[in-house]
Design a protein around this ligand. Sequence first.
Ligand code: G1P
Length: 290
Amino acid sequence: MPLAHVHKAVLPVAGLGTRFLPATRNVPKEMLPLVDRPCLDYVAAEAVAAGIEELVLVTAEGKEAVEAWFRPAPHLEAALERLGRSDLLDEVRRVAAQVRVRTVLQTEARGLGHAVLTARPLVGDEPFAVLLADDVIVSEQPAIGQLLDAWRDSGGAMVALQRVPPEETSRYGICSGTIEQNRMRVTGLVEKPEPARAPSNVAVVGRYVLPPEVFDLLERTPPGRGGEIQLTDALAVLAGRGAVQGLLFEGERFDTGTPLGLLEATLHLALRRPDLAPGLRRILAELPPV
Ligand code: G1P
């Protein structure tokens, strides 16, 4: 039986962004620019390119700019039209025009699992995607599209996987299981284990395709690592039932959730831009030695 189409993607964007204070005092971290586009826009564009029709933003008080990003900007658009800048006009309208956006407020910071559960009323009883805006992935085929293709064969839950240096396991959900080619049959997941306790160095990065059953599991998931309700813990239950697979996807992933990661991503993406690369290379070459 062919599986249902995935129409909706949940984007948890309620985090405080403490790592970027004071910038995030009144600019949500998802709106910080990677060169000249907010991180959020890369991730939203990825979802749209993979055929997602509706974004469910799980947001928080003070993060109105995230929602506003998807609204029309009539004043700006009229001004750009007067200036004859149709090139910029397209950039400004691009993603927002192609996708329906709904928001739900997460009133308490209780973790990623809780954020996903908060989206339940807007997702309903259908499979859905989750994209974490901190993980920006540059790839030929959108990463979430790769996951959706793999999921269409297997059903259940499909998570994006990447091998990480063994000393970095405490930053990720880590999987155990058997790998064949680029697929992992996931038998267990553990949230941010210390290297000595990590079952492998295969890490979950922020792209998931999830069945609606995950909501019931999240309802019953007690606080885990960091006192938060972890999506990883609910997925571990699903994995115990043989319903989780992973895809070692193709693409380069940047962790824009830390200042150093955002800098790294900025440099990499700018070096791929013909209008910026020569100037940036010159600046880098002329940096004084430290
Ligand atoms: C979250 C998840 C973690 C996953 C990571 C990917 O952690 O809890 O399992 O590996 O995203 O980026 P966070 O980075 O939000 O702390």
